[in-house]
Design a protein around this ligand. Structure first.
Ligand SMILES: [Mg+2]
Length: 383
């Protein structure tokens, strides 16, 4: 029986945490357990949970997952579920490598040959959308996402709404129906303004609006959905089946966006995907993260019939100091043709980590934090 021997974590720019899980048979698995801006907190959780897996058989992923989740009286939430996610990804990587097949083969095999991805444009404060989309159009991308607003007060002026709408209108005017785009409200918009903004955006036919309100206000999802024909998306700040079941039952969301590095990894997100399929809800895994997280997402996308779009972080505004494939040896496997990625061909997660480069990065890692925004009156604003 193979045994897990050691867990090692590496911090790296721009804001990533990598986990290496070693075994006594020399097979190594990689995971990416992180909460953006709280990498060190998740790292502590990974090593605390490591006590439950060192010495154990890595092939028993289901049992280890249940141990990590149910073995603690207190469970759930971003920190613990992200720590479990990274360990879970590494266990799938080990299993695939041990058996010599990509993870999607272990999950029943592919339902598609290519997975559509989209590109972020415009940064934290949406700007230069038309120029950036034009340059990425040249690379073959036809689907994009950008932030819908900057700070928005619970009750804000029609001016602020008009400014937000004008940016979306400019994109539609510049490109007509040759591009699709999602608009991320990023939890910056409160329920009263969300209703107004959704109505004003409707003529420009966004593919979806993401986090129209914060997940804490999820009871508004069905109410907002009843007021608009724009598909609503959310899920990056939900961490398990037990949270997703509530939004699926309540209705309103057209797209679930679980994060494979936040919601318990491949094991949990596979179940979330199946639950969504039963409700005719699409899947678009959240992934503004690094290459191991993306590889985990792709393993799920290739087996989930309802997976429609994959986020990826190439050129994203967060990627200061490193970009998506900087720590990857098999870069070509991740090549985007007209925005599509093919099924990763290698065993396990399909990513060969450049550990040498990672070790280098780890020597001097940045401690990324998300910006803290304030309204004009100095009160805290949602970022
Ligand atoms: Mg988002």
């Amino acid at each position: 029986m193979m045994k897990i021997t050691r867990l090692t974590t590496y911090h790296a720019a721009p804001r990533w945490l990598f986990l290496k899980v070693e075994t006594d048979e020399g097979i190594t698995g990689w995971g990416e357990p992180v909460v953006e801006g709280r990498a060190r907190t998740v790292e502590a959780a990974v090593h605390e949970l490591g006590e439950y897996v060192v010495g154990k058989d890595p092939s028993r992923i289901n049992d280890l997952w249940q141990t990590l989740y149910r073995g603690g009286f207190y469970r759930g939430g971003p920190v613990l579920m992200s720590a479990i996610a990274g360990i879970d990804q590494a266990l799938w990587d080990i299993k695939g490598k041990a058996l010599g097949v990509p993870v999607y083969e272990l999950l029943g095999g592919r339902v598609r040959d290519r997975m559509k991805t989209y590109r972020w444009v415009g940064g934290d404060r949406p700007a230069d959308l038309v120029d950036q989309i034009r340059s990425y159009r040249g690379l073959g991308f036809d689907t994009f996402k950008f932030n819908g607003t900057e700070e928005l007060k619970l009750l804000d002026s029609p001016r602020a709404v008009d400014q937000a709408v004008a940016k979306v209108a400019a994109v539609r005017e510049a490109f007509g129906d040759s591009v699709d785009f999602g608009v991320d409200f990023h939890g910056r918009v409160g329920a009263p303004m969300a209703k107004l903004l959704l109505r004003e955006l409707e003529p420009f036919k966004p593919l979806f609006v993401e986090e129209p309100v914060l997940p804490e206000q999820a009871e508004y999802y069905p109410r907002l959905a009843a007021s608009t024909s724009i598909p609503l998306a959310a899920g990056e700040r939900m961490y398990s089946r037990f949270e997703f079941k509530r939004v699926l039952e309540a209705g309103g969301l057209a797209i679930l966006q679980p994060d494979l590095s936040h919601a318990g990894g491949i094991t949990e997100c596979l179940k979330i995907a199946a639950m969504a399929e039963a409700y005719d809800v699409a899947l678009a895994p959240h992934c503004p993260l690094g290459p191991v997280a993306l590889a985990a997402c792709l393993q799920l996308d290739f087996v989930a019939h309802n997976a429609v779009l994959q986020e990826q972080s190439i050129g994203i505004h967060y990627n200061q100091g490193a970009d998506l494939l900087d720590y990857v040896l098999n870069k070509d496997d991740f090549r985007c043709d007209n925005g599509d990625i093919r099924a990763l061909p290698r065993p396990g997660l399909g990513v060969e980590v450049d550990e040498e480069r990672l070790r280098h990065a780890h020597a001097n890692p940045p401690d990324w934090r998300n910006p803290v925004w304030r309204h004009a009156d100095s009160s805290i604003a949602e970022w």
